[in-house]
Design a protein around this ligand. Structure first.
Ligand code: NAI
Length: 441
């Protein structure tokens, strides 16, 4: 599971040798640790056009942590407010703001830093505005591919008040989003009540994680526990020993249940009458080309990855087990969005998750006060990907803007942001955690 090449290029001889040989040099990403919980350096606040949000955004950014400046050398992050970009002229101000940053080493963003562009929803009446705002998407995705050194670039489309984007900006402007790049995230209006303590936003909340015994699910459990959640950890009975060990470590409840069993939702409700967060993480692969795929291989994957998600979600919403203000986070995959040879079953199931998320989100929010989002991991270093043949594994790892695989904790941090009580304005989003993989959009 270890990325030996990344570890090697992190050493002085490794850097020297790979530079001499002209080999890729993936950066060591700055991820969240208790010792380094924030980006190192100032935050630069830039604006393109006459934004109506300047004062409100300045106040919000001042709350997020880093020291906010109007000019800074080697800032840790740049937030470019492009909400007022309405045509070619104001779009040129985006170039004017970021060209000097990209050009000069002294003014560029520090390694593992962030560029976050704030955009507006595309107008239905003004095609000049829509063109210019859509242009930001191509701009952001291209800059993400150019910028290198572990730096990420994201576009946040703000539909409601800027304050609704606070949890999103806190996430994107922190080391927690190290492997999220080239994404477009929409933030509408919604319940964004700030938690009493931003460091433990899930305090007093109960979360259930499926497939929690290992891999990404285990990391999700650890991060949600760090953020203060009481946890119910679900996995198949054959994983009971690992599940119980994790539950003991996190002071959680182990629930050994196969999520495809007909009474799964009932067993969940028996174990936890009220739930604030439901993380659908359990998933399997049974790869074969369609020509060689028997119906049972198709059905098993669709059952675990999609049918069980539909069934338990419906049951837990209808029974009221998911409380108002609740959060559902499902797990898609870039293979589902981009397609992958040998994975028609898996990709169908994961694309289905994206469909479920987008369709259910507005209904679940209107009827139950619950948001529905999904994470779509790219290449993540787990037992699942360790089983991939070496050459394909190495290609999967490097074929993204950050030149490396992600870690389970990257998916877990993204899940925790979507589960955040202040993330009520983020709904129906499928957020890729893929280092801006070349696969898919
Ligand atoms: P993993 O195989 O390490 O862990 C999956 C967990 O789900 C296991 O503990 C397994 O026992 C559990 N599980 C499987 N079937 C179950 C069932 N019927 N009921 C309850 N639990 C069940 O996988 P990994 O890598 O941690 O993946 C987690 C999720 O992320 C999956 O949905 C996977 O499809 C998705 N994903 C993973 C990627 C990667 O690169 N590792 C990439 C894209 C998506």
């Amino acid at each position: 599971m270890a990325d030996r090449y990344l570890n090697f290029t992190g050493t002085a001889p490794g850097r020297f040798l790979t530079r001499r040989l002209g080999l890729p040099q993936p950066a060591q990403l700055h991820r969240w640790t208790p010792e380094r919980p924030a980006l190192d350096g100032a935050l630069l606040h830039l604006t393109a056009g006459e934004s109506g949000h300047t004062a409100e955004l300045a106040g919000l950014l001042a709350r997020t942590g880093p020291d906010v400046r109007a000019a800074a050398e080697r800032p840790a992050a740049i937030v470019l407010d492009a909400t007022a970009v309405t045509g070619i002229a104001t779009l040129a101000e985006v170039h004017a703001a970021l060209h000097p940053v990209a050009r000069s080493v002294a003014r560029s963003v520090a390694p593992s830093g962030r560029i976050v562009v704030l955009g507006a929803p595309l107008s239905r009446d003004d095609h000049h505005q829509a063109a210019a705002q859509q242009a930001l998407e191509g701009f952001v995705r291209s800059l993400g591919k150019e910028i290198g050194r572990g730096r990420t670039v994201t576009l946040v489309r703000v539909e409601g008040p800027v304050a609704a984007a606070e949890s999103t900006l806190r996430f994107l402007l922190s080391p927690k989003s190290a492997y999220v790049s080239g994404q477009v995230i929409e933030v509408a209006a919604g319940d964004t009540t700030a938690p009493a303590d931003w460091a433990r936003p899930l305090a007093g909340r109960t979360a259930l994680v499926t497939g929690a015994a290992r891999g990404i699910g285990e990391a999700v459990a650890e991060v949600l526990a760090r953020d203060g959640a009481r946890l119910i950890l679900l996995d198949v009975p054959s994983a009971q020993a690992d599940l119980e060990a994790l539950a003991a470590r996190l002071d959680a409840t182990a629930l050994p249940v196969d999520i495809t069993s007909p009474d799964a939702a009932e067993r969940i409700t028996d174990a936890v009458p009220a739930l604030d967060t439901l993380v659908h993480n359990a998933g399997i692969t049974r790869d074969r080309t369609l020509a060689r795929m028997p119906a049972d291989r198709w059905a098993t994957v669709l059952d675990v990855n999609l049918a069980s998600v539909l069934t338990t979600t419906d049951a837990l919403l209808e029974s009221g087990t998911l409380s108002r203000g609740g959060r559902i986070v499902a797990t898609a995959s870039i293979a589902g969005l981009a397609g992958n040879a040998g994975q028609t079953n898996y990709a169908a199931s994961k694309a289905g998750i994206a469909g479920l998320t987008r369709s259910l989100a507005p209904k679940a929010l209107a009827e139950h006060g619950v948001t529905v989002n999904a994470v779509a991991p790219g290449f993540i270093e787990t037992k699942m990907t360790a089983a991939v043949p070496l050459f394909i594994r190495e290609a999967g790892r490097r074929m993204n803007s950050l030149g490396q695989g992600g870690l389970p904790v990257d998916v877990a941090e993204t899940t925790a942001w979507l589960a955040h009580p202040a993330s009520g304005a983020v709904n129906g989003q499928v957020v890729r955690v893929c280092g801006q993989s070349l696969l898919g959009a």
